[in-house]
Design a protein around this ligand. Structure first.
Ligand code: NAD
Length: 294
């Protein structure tokens, strides 16, 4: 069993750290929120006064923070965590952030001889709690071999996408595609409904045909078609529109930095931004159906 520091105990980090405790690791946590720390203490973790104190003497440092600026602030600079770490420590940042910051932290870690991987996840709060997340990792093969040992206690699919930053690029590609096929699925269902088709029957037809996709299969956006989907529960998230807008922003940054024109991704971002501005930020992302209906 390993000694692990876990920084950032929000909706995702809290259940992830809890699963590491359950797996028998010695976990020390830190979060700016005292309430979040107390919840982990109750689950069996030790609570530290700072990120640096949490990381003293551990084998792994894991973080699950809101955005790139938080990750840079924690790890970089003379006062940053990397400067305080022993070279034997493996650092895994599971946050969804811009690929440029992930590469910058990866390079700073490499200069100090520290193994770093950007390890963003697919799967929301329910998957974090169930320990069924997918991890997309960017870093060296050697660091990946060490990362797997600990990530396996929080997820079921662990991929090595390439060097530092590659995990964030993979996540950007995936979520851009998710937005596009969700909007496409909504368009097809609404067009069918307006032409007298039962959305349930149309869903069955497309599921057995070439239009089959994840949104249709496990997350049907049409109310009443799939009992457990957010659409049948007033679009209670699930995965919020706010988070989809964040992830599309990161995907478009990746496209821009590689001078790649992605018209479908840009249109998806525009539609989700408008939907957010119409007051739907905290609803599930499948509620984009309502925008297409209006
Ligand atoms: P959250 O806002 O619930 O949690 C973030 C936590 O980080 C908070 O508890 C906050 O206090 C803490 N924090 C911020 N700055 C800190 C600092 N300097 N030191 C210590 N703690 C600090 O966010 P979340 O929903 O858990 O998401 C975390 C990351 O996971 C994000 O990058 C998000 O995009 C990604 N993600 C979220 C989901 C989801 O469904 N919520 C799914 C996949 C990926």
């Amino acid at each position: 069993m390993a000694k692990v520091a876990f920084i950032g105990l929000g909706n995702m980090g809290g259940p992830m750290a809890t699963n590491l405790v359950k797996a028998g690791h010695e976990v020390t946590v830190f979060d700016l929120s005292e309430a979040a720390c107390e919840q982990l203490r109750a689950a069996g973790a030790a609570v530290a006064e700072s990120a640096g104190a949490a990381a003293a003497g551990v084998d792994y440092v894991l973080s699950m923070l809101p955005a790139g600026k938080h990750v840079a602030a924690i790890y970089l600079g003379d006062e940053g965590l990397l400067a305080q770490l022993d070279a034997s420590i493996t650092v895994l940042d599971c946050s969804t952030i811009d690929a440029a910051t992930a590469r910058r932290v990866g390079e700073a870690a490499a200069e100090l001889g520290i193994g770093f991987m950007d390890s963003p996840v697919s799967g929301g709060v329910a998957a974090a709690a169930a320990g069924t997340l997918a991890f997309m990792c960017g870093g060296s093969a050697e660091t990946f071999a060490r990362a797997r040992l600990i990530l396996a206690d929080m997820g079921k699919n662990i991929f090595h996408a390439g060097p530092a930053g590659a995990g964030q690029v993979a996540k950007g590609c995936n979520n851009m595609l998710l937005a596009i096929h969700m909007i496409g699925t909504c368009e097809a269902l609404e067009m069918g409904a307006r032409n007298g088709l039962d959305p349930k029957v149309l869903s069955e037809i497309m599921l057995a045909s070439s239009g089959r996709n994840w949104s249709l299969e496990v997350y049907n956006p049409y109310p009443g078609v799939m009992e457990n989907a957010p659409a049948s529960n007033g679009y209670k998230p699930g995965f919020m529109v706010d988070l989809m807008v964040k992830d599309l922003g990161l995907a478009l940054e990746i496209a821009e930095q590689s001078s790649f024109n992605n018209p479908m991704g840009q249109l998806a971002q525009e539609l989700y931004r408008q939907h957010q501005q119409d007051g739907n930020g905290e609803r599930d992302f499948s509620s984009i159906l309502e925008k297409l209906r209006s």
